[in-house]
Design a protein around this ligand. Structure first.
Ligand code: ADP
Ligand code: MG
Length: 274
């Protein structure tokens, strides 16, 4: 009996250690709206996994990501990142946890008039004294680190260029370097290819996938195109009107599941269909 208990405890601890993101009963409704943007959603993401979140416009992808990086506070539910509660932590512990979660946006969100290197350095801001930021005088180790992150995604030759002189695809790759510079355990990429041509989209998704694999970073990437989700994700979490309509490995993705994600009459979709 004792042995069984010990075994169960060990198995539980191992499962815990293998889970990077755990979302339980997450709900969010915006003020002055008729229905929730997220409705009691639950899922887990394994450490180091690359998972795509697929759904039409308005299905709740951005709201989910904004809860995961705590830009907004959910109405109900719990989020654990690497075993720490994002919904309960406060102060420096919360700041540290948020620093571990990097976000990549559809519109890149680079500071246009700064150089590529300075944009990547921006990810180091929590570690840089204010006077250095004011004078734009960054330390050598910080510069070297930012340069290494650019090199990591093949963009170091653009280090001195103003961010707004780059193409969309190049800007998004700089945004990936900036995310890397943050030394995250999780990257949330919210429709990172929605503003890109197919060729740049492919490069960006390949970079994200490579980072996930080589650095062991857990990546949650939202997309609205099924073809890209199938090509790059190992698993698809499909959102429809704030519900999880599908949660399957890509190789098991069927036409019926596609319909569950894209159908417009899924307001009563079950929250845990897998
Ligand atoms: P997606 O990213 O999949 O397009 P969103 O999370 O942006 O979906 O939106 C989910 C739902 O929440 C939509 O119905 C949208 O209109 C609504 N919504 C999103 N942001 C706000 C907001 N700031 N205020 C009110 N409603 C919002
Ligand atoms: Mg969105």
């Amino acid at each position: 009996m004792t042995m069984l208990k010990t075994h169960l405890k060990t198995t539980e601890a191992q499962t815990e250690a293998a889970t990077m993101i755990r979302v339980r009963g997450l709900s969010k409704q915006y003020a002055k709206t008729d229905s929730p943007a997220l409705c009691e959603i639950s899922f887990e993401v394994e450490r180091g996994a690359f998972v795509t979140v697929l759904g039409r416009s308005g299905s709740g992808k951005t709201t989910l990501f904004r809860c995961l990086n705590r830009l907004i506070i959910p109405d109900a539910g719990e989020i654990l990142i690497d075993g720490h509660s994002l919904t309960r932590l406060k102060g420096p512990a919360l700041r540290d946890l948020r620093q571990g979660v990097a976000t990549i946006f559809q519109q890149f969100n680079l500071i246009k008039r700064l150089t590529v290197l300075e944009n990547v350095l921006a990810a180091r801001l929590p570690y840089i004294p204010l006077w250095r930021i004011m004078l734009r005088e960054f330390s050598r180790p910080d510069r070297e680190w930012a340069y290494y992150c650019l090199e990591r995604i093949g963009m170091s030759e653009y280090a001195g260029r103003r961010a707004d002189t780059l193409s969309g695809g190049q800007q998004q790759r700089v945004a990936i370097a900036r995310a890397l510079a943050q030394q995250p355990i999780v990257i949330l990429a919210d429709e990172p290819i929605a503003s890109l041509d197919p060729e740049s989209a492919t490069i960006v998704l390949e970079e994200l996938k490579a980072i996930s694999k080589t650095e062991g970073i857990t990546v949650l990437c939202s997309l609205h195109q099924e073809a890209f989700a199938l090509r790059y994700g190992a698993r698809i979490i499909g959102l429809n009107r704030g519900h999880i309509a599908v949660d399957v490995p890509c190789e098991h993705f069927t036409a019926e599941q596609r319909d569950l994600i894209y159908s417009v009459s899924a307001s009563n979709a079950p929250s845990n269909l897998s």
